[in-house]
Design a protein around this ligand. Structure first.
Ligand SMILES: Cc1cc2nc3c(=O)[nH]c(=O)nc-3n(C[C@H](O)[C@H](O)[C@H](O)COP(=O)(O)OP(=O)(O)OC[C@H]3O[C@@H](n4cnc5c(N)ncnc54)[C@H](O)[C@@H]3O)c2cc1C
Length: 446
């Protein structure tokens, strides 16, 4: 049954659009560096460049932070995106460097929050890769081993030790990071950027980026920028720009649901005493996090690929119904709690599951594809790219994802039938688990 009374929104779930939009670009200007896209990556890059005295312009199609950056679940995670088993098998030598990057990104983001003095409601609980079946428990144990071997601050534990809700069996606690209000974080960076020496233009979609001799011309509806160098920080919206390397990343739509406020003590009564963010070990995870407003935000289970130019949209009713079903399965004692709001956003998935950065054409740089772990990694990599453009040696964490050539393999996994099939496999595993075929889904009360 489709749950009723839910507000479906095209807007981010965490913050209202700013009341003071920056002006749109009109006419022609010049600068050292033009940054296209004002999410965490683009804003952090522009902020760093401005702080280092570089003449920087940022062009944002909507408002800064209005993309994935204020739509995400707010789980600041210190592990690489993607399955560590797969990544460590595919990239055995690079994997420890990816772990180093992921934990460095968390430290950077914590310091940035403190420096900007924005109230992001941050709680450094870490996040738990949690298991709902014996198979998932084995996977979490392997994951903990692989992450630890690569240098991560991660530990396997049972559900009680980790303070997980009763329907979970245990998991891997990734201790770096925690939970925050991602919208407040995005607007905090935006405010710092507006106070800096950067020139910021909102409501300014970039239509073309053309290298011309020693300069690059960035064209918008009302004007153009002649820059020495350009940074593309356009994330899941990148396909619309011809300057983006082809097949760089596929846009997929991710949906989130928020419950009504849950009465005091009821979350703890489910066993969720840690208050840490949770991501299950399904092929397509379920995520759960408590919020300071007394609600739970949960999401994913299904990914919907984007076709053509990506536009803001509401989550579909079928996806939301499926997410609510998952919430009821994991929190059976909260079945009376009504889901209240649903929103979503676009994530860029790269064929390799790794973030990537590089030079798309002469003096046109890109940085993209944190694959759903960009809350920490996008501002970090954006800042490291800015440091490189300001003259520093390439930082080892940026070097870990730097591409020598802008060519990318096709990614058949991100088409609609393949993503539906992955979802179906996860639901089949859930059904087998709940009927006892694949082991108990409940914690042993002894
Ligand atoms: C529903 C959801 C849940 C998520 N949960 C988490 C989580 O819990 N933890 C985590 O680490 N990550 C999470 N993520 C991922 C994270 O939000 C992203 O990786 C991160 O925000 C990416 O930042 P960005 O700056 O690269 O992109 P974005 O924030 O998407 O910013 C890109 C900006 O570029 C602008 N733009 C694009 N094209 C143009 C153009 N041609 N001209 C001008 N402007 C342009 C867009 O308007 C947009 O503002 C989630 C994402 C979503 C959508």
């Amino acid at each position: 049954m489709t749950p009723s009374g839910i507000t479906y929104s095209v807007q981010p779930g965490w913050a209202e659009p700013p009341a003071d939009p920056a002006p749109a670009l009109q006419g022609g200007i010049r600068c050292d560096v033009a940054v296209v896209g004002g999410g965490y990556a683009g804003m952090a890059a522009a902020l760093r460049l401005a702080e280092r005295g570089v003449d920087v312009v940022l062009l944002e199609g909507g408002y800064c932070g209005g993309g994935a950056s204020s739509r995400n679940a707010g789980q600041l995670t210190g592990a690489p995106a993607g399955d560590p088993e797969m990544l460590s098998a595919l990239y055995p030598r690079r994997f420890p460097r990816l772990v180093h990057l992921a934990e460095g990104a968390v430290r950077f983001t914590e310091e940035l929050m403190a420096r900007l003095d924005t109230d992001c409601e941050y709680r450094p609980t870490g996040n738990i890769g949690a298991a709902v079946s014996k198979g998932q428990l084995r996977k979490a144990r392997r994951k903990a081993r692989i992450l630890k071997k690569a240098g991560a601050d991660a530990e396997f534990g049972d559900a009680r030790d980790l303070g997980l809700p009763d329907s979970f069996l245990g998991g891997v606690h990734e201790r770096a990071g925690g939970l925050l209000n991602p919208g407040a974080f995005a607007l905090g960076i935006r405010e710092a950027l507006l106070r800096s020496g950067a020139r910021v233009f909102e409501g300014t979609p970039v239509r073309a980026v053309d290298p011309q001799g020693a300069r690059v011309v960035v064209r918008t509806a009302g004007g153009h920028v002649r820059a020495e160098r350009v940074v593309l920080a356009t994330n899941a919206y990148s396909r619309a720009l011809a300057a983006t390397p082809s097949r760089l990343a596929a846009p997929v739509f991710v949906s989130l649901v928020e419950t009504e406020p849950i009465g005091p003590g009821r979350l703890e009564a489910t066993g969720w005493t840690s208050g840490a963010g949770i991501a299950t070990q399904h092929n397509l995870m379920e995520s759960y996090r408590p919020t300071p407003r007394g609600t739970v935000v949960f999401g994913v289970r299904r990914l919907q690929p984007g076709r053509g130019a990506v536009r803001e949209r509401e989550p579909g009713a079928a996806v939301v119904t499926d997410l609510v079903r998952g919430f009821h399965a994991r929190f059976p004692s909260l079945r009376d709690i009504a889901p209240q709001r649903a929103w979503g956003g676009w994530v860029a998935l790269t064929p390799s599951w790794l973030p990537v950065a590089g030079e798309a054409a002469r003096n046109v740089f890109y940085m993209i594809g944190c694959n759903g772990h960009g809350l920490a990694q996008a501002p970090y990599l954006g800042t490291l790219l800015a440091d490189r453009l300001a003259g520093d040696e390439t930082h080892e964490d940026l070097a870990a994802v730097w591409r020598k050539r802008p060519s990318f393999a096709p990614s058949p996994v991100f088409n609609a039938p393949a993503l539906r099939a992955v979802w179906a496999v996860d639901r089949l595993a859930d059904r087998l688990n709940s009927t006892g075929h694949a082991g108990p889904g409940k914690r042993d009360p002894s």
